[in-house]
Design a protein around this ligand. Structure first.
Ligand SMILES: Cc1cc2nc3c(=O)[nH]c(=O)nc-3n(C[C@H](O)[C@H](O)[C@H](O)COP(=O)(O)OP(=O)(O)OC[C@H]3O[C@@H](n4cnc5c(N)ncnc54)[C@H](O)[C@@H]3O)c2cc1C
Ligand SMILES: NC(=O)c1ccc[n+]([C@@H]2O[C@H](COP(=O)([O-])OP(=O)(O)OC[C@H]3O[C@@H](n4cnc5c(N)ncnc54)[C@H](OP(=O)(O)O)[C@@H]3O)[C@@H](O)[C@H]2O)c1
Length: 287
């Protein structure tokens, strides 16, 4: 086995091969699930010293191919939202597969027992600390932007701090909603959360999935559905206002900018860790 943390098939290694020295930031893959041909989720061991706030992201990656001339390998690292909550003993990630992407063209092949690199320095703005108290919390996600909310939806503080939690998820196709839909079903059945938060805690969750390029019960971009007032009508709640509503946004750049402008028009102001306000935004990826 080479020195890298790149995906390897251990079954093909000669029995006499020396064991690769584990790099300081190596973590072992414990579970992989492919949701569509371009989306998968996986779990890895959690470094004992890693503390993070639900909603934060870390850098993860694999070793790149050896340099043709020197044979040296460099790590390929990318930002990833931690999709599991702060209390979980493992770490979960929800990932795109970009066909020619330097990292994900390799990462999509990981299997249980493989190792990945995880730099244990969590950061990010999609955290409870960056918001002032409110009654209703909105999570606005497109595509893999659901990942930080998969963490926050499993975080007891979300239900302690808010009377209602609305999660909107807009994807092109129905298949791309599957990870989020399955997670919300799982949360509703979660005995530990029910014990902690009370049996009815899941009634606070209002899930609002929409698709834009495949038929589904609710079609359209969430931004358009909000402009038309359809979201508020469907959910039976008042339009967003700065007294009651708080929001976290995670999607592509155009989506983030559009929804940011809408939230400002509703009278909400952007917060930060050092200056909590009414909404926060993070990019789901760099275009
Ligand atoms: C703060 C932050 C958090 C992130 N969290 C996640 C996460 O939880 N899950 C995740 O899959 N990615 C996440 N990303 C994106 C991630 O960092 C990588 O870009 C992604 O893994 C692809 O890596 P790559 O090397 O294969 O391709 P890259 O060279 O990084 O990207 C190639 C192109 O693929 C497209 N792309 C990249 N990521 C995505 C995506 N997630 N969805 C749709 N198109 C994309 C973009 O057009 C990009 O220009 C996050 C990015 C940021 C900035
Ligand atoms: N998803 C796929 O099947 C697919 C397949 C091959 C390649 N890709 C490529 O992968 C990249 C990312 O695709 P993705 O589907 O993960 O993410 P995406 O393009 O960010 O789209 C995710 C969802 O967000 C919606 N959206 C985009 N901009 C918005 C805005 N300004 N306001 C409100 N909603 C907005 C999209 O609606 P719209 O549909 O209306 O844009 C879609 O439903 C793209 O470069 C794409 O070309 C995607």
């Amino acid at each position: 086995m080479n020195e890298s943390l790149a995906v390897t098939d251990q079954a093909t290694q000669p029995k006499t091969a020396p064991k690769a020295p584990a790099l300081p930031d190596a973590q072992t893959v414990t579970f992989v699930k492919h949701w569509t041909d371009r989306l998968f989720s996986f779990r890895v061991t959690r470094p004992a010293s890693l503390r993070f706030r639900s909603g934060e992201f870390v850098m993860i990656g694999l070793m790149g191919d050896p340099d043709e001339k020197t044979g040296k390998q460099k790590p390929i690292l990318r930002a990833y939202s931690i999709a599991s909550p702060s209390w979980d003993e493992e770490l979960e990630f929800y990932s795109i597969k970009v066909p020619d992407g330097p990292l994900t063209s390799k990462l999509q092949n990981i299997k249980e027992g493989d190792q990945i690199i995880l730099r244990p320095k969590p950061v990010g703005t999609l955290v409870h600390d960056a918001l002032l108290p409110g009654k209703r919390l909105w999570f606005f996600a497109t595509g893999t932007g659901f990942a930080p909310f998969a963490s926050l939806l499993r975080e007891p503080q979300t239900y302690e701090d808010y009377e209602e939690v609305v999660i909107t998820h807009t994807c092109r196709t129905v298949g791309e909603l599957a990870y989020g839909a399955a997670l919300i079903e799982e949360i509703k059945q979660d005995e530990m959360l029910a014990e902690l938060m009370g049996e009815d805690f899941h009634k606070k969750i209002r899930y609002y999935p929409t698709t834009t390029r495949e038929e589904s019960p609710k079609m359209g971009r969430i931004t358009d559905l909000m402009r038309k007032g359809e979201v508020f009508e469907d959910l039976g709640i008042k339009p967003i206002n700065p007294e009651d509503d708080r929001a976290m946004v995670c999607g592509n750049l155009a989506f983030n900018l559009e929804i940011k402008e809408m939230l400002e028009d509703y009278g909400l102001e952007e917060g930060a860790n050092s200056d909590p306000k009414q909404y926060v935004v993070e990019k789901a990826f760099v275009d």
